[in-house]
Design a protein around this ligand. Structure first.
Ligand SMILES: Nc1ncnc2c1ncn2[C@@H]1O[C@H](COP(=O)(O)OP(=O)(O)OP(=O)(O)O)[C@@H](O)[C@H]1O
Length: 293
């Protein structure tokens, strides 16, 4: 199956600043993928490389099996500030989209505008942040791309507008089968809509893979203080110790059968935070879940 995004040792430097450092990824097509990481981790850089707006410094990147080319009709991109033309009305955005894009789906565009309650006669400059985000998503989706890249599409939205936006996105992906890669700091939102996740910290991929496998394969262990032994079979993502107690976040596909540990489940936000903390403490290294190799 063609990958939506494949990178090999992908590196991007701006002058002396390294934004992405030897990132290797293989994201299968047909998924909604969350891209998370702290400020400055390299998320926007990765998305801009994926749509051909930037060229790699070293390594390789492919989207849908091809080298990214800016303006490709197969790949849609909505930049961080949900770009719309302030002086044009909603209806004029749709007319412009139809004029510029041979694959324009006018039915989809008009139906979505009505669904999200946008007034076709309203100038985009007078729309709220949430309405602008909906307009930008509609224009990007009506081009019928096979892969849609969204850079923090919900950052400016209130919780209700975020939910409406993400529901709309899920409906679009369900009916079109398009792949989506979406960056966000709001992991709880991503958990609701994404089935794959990429965690980027300090310019490096910390983990990438299927969300259910991530949830099943990570555990918080709490028990009497001890050094973490070699050969435990666990990958220790984060650890903290008091005088009497050790707390670990570990990755293990095998069950934890040592009764001296209390084993707790983690949600996606806990897992992402553990990778961020682990990487900040110098423990970060690239991990790829089974099925992603
Ligand atoms: N045009 C540029 N020139 C120089 N450095 C840049 C440029 N764009 C990004 N950087 C640097 O590259 C690194 C990664 O930036 P990037 O915008 O990709 O991160 P991000 O994960 O999207 O961050 P945020 O969550 O804050 O949007 C940062 O250190 C940033 O300062």
């Amino acid at each position: 199956m063609t990958s939506a995004l494949r990178t090999e040792q992908l590196t991007k430097r701006y002058g002396r600043r390294t934004a992405l450092d030897r990132c290797t990824l293989d994201v299968p097509a047909g998924h909604v993928v969350g891209l998370v990481g702290p400020n400055g981790a390299g998320k926007s850089t990765l998305l801009q490389l994926a749509c051909g707006l930037l060229d790699p410094t070293a390594g390789r990147i492919e989207t849908l099996g091809e080298r990214p080319a800016s303006g490709s009709p197969r790949v849609g991109f909505v930049a961080q500030d949900t770009p719309v033309y302030g002086g044009l009305t909603v209806a004029e955005h749709l007319r412009l989209g139809a004029h510029l894009n041979p694959s324009w789906d006018a039915t989809l565009a008009e139906r979505r505008i009505a669904q999200v309650g946008l007034d076709p006669a309203q100038r985009a400059g007078k729309l709220s942040g949430g309405q602008r985000a909906q307009l930008a998503l509609t224009v990007a989706a009506a081009k019928r791309p096979e892969l849609l890249l969204l850079d923090e599409p919900v950052a400016a939205l209130d919780p209700l507008a975020r939910r409406t936006f993400l529901q709309g996105l899920m409906e679009l992906t369900a009916e079109s089968g398009m792949s989506v890669i979406m960056s966000s700091h709001l992991v709880a939102d991503l958990e609701r809509v994404c089935d794959h996740m990429i965690v980027l910290v300090g310019s490096r991929v910390q983990i990438a893979g299927d969300v259910d496998e991530m949830l099943a394969g990570h555990h918080r262990l709490v028990g009497p203080r001890r050094p973490v032994g070699e050969g435990s079979g666990w990958d220790v993502i984060e650890e903290s110790h008091t005088d009497v107690q050790s707390t670990l976040v570990v990755r293990s596909t095998a069950p934890i059968d040592d009764p001296s540990w209390q084993v707790n489940r983690l949600d996606l936000e806990d897992i992402v935070l553990a990778y961020m903390a682990g990487a900040a403490g110098g423990a970060g290294r690239e991990r790829v879940l089974e099925g992603q190799r």
